[in-house]
Design a protein around this ligand. Sequence first.
Ligand code: GTP
Ligand code: MG
Length: 305
Amino acid sequence: MKINWYPGHMFKANKELAKLMQQIDVVIEVLDARMPAASANPMLEGMRSKHHKPCVHVLNKADLADPKATAAWINYFNSKPGSAALINGKDQLLSVENLLWQCQRLVGQEQRKYNAVICGIPNVGKSTLMNQIAGRKLAKTGNEPAVTKAQQRIKLNDQWYLFDTPGVLWPKLEDQDAAHRLACAGAIRNTAIVFEDVAFYAAEFLLRDFPDSLKNRYGMDTLPDDAEQFMTELAGKRGCRGRYGGVDWHKVSEILLHDYREGKLGRLTLEPAPPPIVHKAKEPDDSPEPIDSPEPSNEEESPNT
Ligand SMILES: Nc1nc2c(ncn2[C@@H]2O[C@H](COP(=O)(O)OP(=O)(O)OP(=O)(O)O)[C@@H](O)[C@H]2O)c(=O)[nH]1
Ligand SMILES: [Mg+2]
């Protein structure tokens, strides 16, 4: 089944975010460190570039991602113009000083008041990050998408204000592979997915890319070739039996997705980082002087000219 989740409240939240963007100095986009590409919202990117806002990418839930892969993603984001990247995770909390330093670096050094907005897909950890930065529990958090319903603004210091916003997706999830990764991470409400489909997708990539994680977690010496056989074997091991002795697909799917979401299968990053963007050094200007160029003058221009 195709995955798409764009309910009315998200449409409204996107409209409010687009309006807020005009008064924002820096965007803090929270990404899932296990899937920084799938969790990057193209609508946010559009809003940012329309208003020329710099962005700090926070690779969140880094405690669940492969540290080497996260470092590669940080290099990539740091190489993008008008962009910075920071790691955050349960085992590696980013500091408010570091975050504000990066924000300040991106906006320049003028002395005035600044607004930053925390945004990103649902359930990625935006409100948890805001509470962490504020040093107290101001926003409601929870392990399900769409917990935050409205924007909330807090004062961090005399200069910086910070907005928390509801998680937003976009109207059409064109890349269904990426949509399935988002569903695996828990960014899409359970009622908008077929749990078994998503678990089968997870079983497929785990069998292909992380077979040792499956063997270790489920005590399997060898793995079957395909997802259905694997799920059947796992169901047998975990006692997931249906009414008539068949497999309880929902229960076994829940076990696999829960284990992936909680990091019980290890720190698994599903997307490799692109190479950092190489900025071409400016060529020395050795072109000849234009023939009719005016003589250089040391005289200051009059303010009235
Ligand atoms: N493992 C891990 N879990 C995290 C981290 N940050 C947040 N979480 C968990 O992720 C879940 C979602 O956190 P929230 O802060 O409510 O996420 P949100 O992005 O504000 O979600 P919405 O408001 O629904 O869009 C909660 O169960 C958090 O405890 C992290 O760095 N590591
Ligand atoms: Mg929230």
